[in-house]
Design a protein. Structure first.
Ligand code: ADP
Ligand code: MG
Length: 327
C-alpha cells in the first residue's frame, strides 16, 4: 500500500508508516471478541494478522474528540513509537491504519497485561517480590533512559502504562501509551497540566517547566507502588492527592521500605524530591546500589547467554535478564 509523508507536531520526528483504508485493515487482520482494558481515549483490542497468525494489540483512536481534530496528536504518538523502535523496552509499532473517523495502531501484543494488576493483587503468589521489582524497575529505567537520551518525555508513567510480555512466569516490561509524551529541548520551555493525579510531579501541578526529571518523579512513585502495593500520594479526592504531592506528604513506614539495608528506601528518596534538579536521572538510578545485581543473581554475559541458548543441556536459565545496554 501507499505510504504518505506526514507532518508531525514536532518536526524533529516524522513517522514513515501510515497507509491504508478500512478494507485493507479488514483483509489483513481479524478481531477476536476480546477487548483489553479501556484507556482514556482509546479502545485496545487483541487482533490476529490473517496471513501470519501473529497476535497484535490494535489501538483504535478516534480522530475527533470532544469536537476537536486530534489527528496530529495521534500522528505524534505514532512518530514517537517509531523513534523508539530501537528500544525493546518500548512496545513495538507494527502498522498503522487510517480510516474515515479513526486511526488504528497495530502494536506488539503484551500478553501479561498491566503491571497494575500485580501491584494491587492481594494474592501472595501474584504480588511482586522485591527481586521482581528490582528487575522490572531496571527495565523501566532502561526504557526511560532511552527516551530521555532521545529528548522524549513520557509524562504518563504509571502502572497502567507499563505492560508485561507475560505474567506467569513473569516476563519483561513494555512501556506503552505515548499520548501525552512530548519532545523536550534546551531552547524551549514546556509547561502543561496533564497526566494522572496520583503520579504527577509537583512542577506539573505548579505549572512550572517540565523536563526529563518529571518522568523520574513518576518512576519513584512506580517503585513505591510496585514494592508496597500502595499509591503513596493518593488522597480521598483529587484536591487531597494534589496537596499530598505538593507538600511531599508521603509515609516511608511500610515494612517493604524498612529492610535493614534501606537501599530501596534510599532509591525512592532520590526520586521523590520536590525540586526536579535534585532528582536522580535514569542513568544514575541504574547505578544505584538497590539495583545492582547480587552475586547469586549475577546476569549472564552476552557470550554466556549465547552459549546457554546454543547448548543442548537441560540447565534452567536465570530468572533475571541482563540489562539493555544504554544506547
Ligand atoms: P490510553 O491512552 O487510552 O490510556 P493505552 O495505550 O494506555 O491508551 O491503552 C489502554 C490500555 O490497553 C492499556 O492500559 C493496556 O491495558 C491495554 N494495552 C495497550 N497497548 C497494549 C498492548 N500492546 N498489548 C496489550 N495490551 C495493551
Ligand atoms: Mg494509558
Amino acid at each position: 500500500c501507499q505510504q504518505h509523508p506526514l507532518n508531525v507536531l514536532n518536526s524533529e520526528i516524522t513517522p514513515n508508516t501510515l497507509c491504508i483504508c478500512e478494507a485493507v485493515f479488514q483483509n489483513k487482520l481479524s478481531l477476536p471478541a476480546i477487548t483489553l482494558p479501556v484507556g482514556k481515549f482509546a479502545v485496545v483490542r487483541k487482533c490476529v494478522e490473517k496471513c501470519t497468525g501473529h497476535e497484535y494489540a490494535a489501538k483504535f483512536m478516534r480522530k475527533r474528540r470532544k469536537g476537536q481534530d486530534c489527528r496530529m496528536e495521534i500522528i505524534h504518538e505514532i512518530a514517537v513509537l517509531e523513534l523508539a523502535t530501537a528500544s525493546h523496552r518500548v512496545v513495538n509499532l507494527h502498522q498503522v491504519y487510517e480510516m474515515a473517523s479513526e486511526m488504528v495502531l497495530v502494536l506488539e501484543f503484551a500478553a501479561g497485561g498491566e503491571i497494575f494488576n500485580q501491584c494491587v493483587s492481594d494474592e501472595e503468589d501474584e504480588a511482586f517480590s522485591e527481586e521482581d521489582v528490582k528487575r522490572l524497575m531496571r527495565q523501566i529505567l532502561e526504557g526511560v533512559s532511552f527516551l530521555h537520551q532521545n529528548n522524549v518525555v513520557h509524562l504518563d508513567l504509571k502502572p497502567q502504562n507499563i505492560l508485561l510480555t507475560s505474567s506467569s512466569p513473569l516476563g519483561d516490561i513494555k512501556i506503552v501509551d505515548f499520548g501525552l509524551s512530548r519532545m523536550v529541548s534546551s531552547h524551549q520551555e514546556l509547561r502543561e497540566i496533564m497526566g494522572t493525579p496520583e503520579y504527577v510531579a509537583p512542577e506539573v501541578l505548579n505549572y512550572e517547566p517540565i523536563s526529563t526529571a518529571t518522568d523520574m518523579w513518576s518512576a519513584g512513585v512506580l517503585a513505591y507502588v510496585m514494592l508496597t502495593g500502595i499509591s503513596p500520594f493518593l488522597g480521598e479526592n483529587k484536591q487531597e492527592t494534589f496537596l499530598n504531592i505538593s507538600q511531599l506528604n508521603v509515609s516511608y513506614s511500610e515494612e517493604e521500605l524498612q529492610q535493614p539495608d534501606r537501599t530501596a528506601l534510599s532509591f525512592i528518596q532520590t526520586l521523590l524530591r520536590k525540586q526536579p534538579q535534585d532528582r536522580a536521572t535514569a542513568e544514575q538510578c541504574l547505578k544505584h546500589p538497590w539495583l545492582q545485581f547480587s552475586e547469586v543473581q549475577e546476569p549472564q554475559t552476552a557470550v554466556e547467554e549465547q552459549q546457554a541458548s546454543s547448548s543442548t543441556s537441560s540447565s534452567t536459565s536465570s530468572s533475571t535478564s541482563s540489562p539493555e545496554p544504554a544506547s
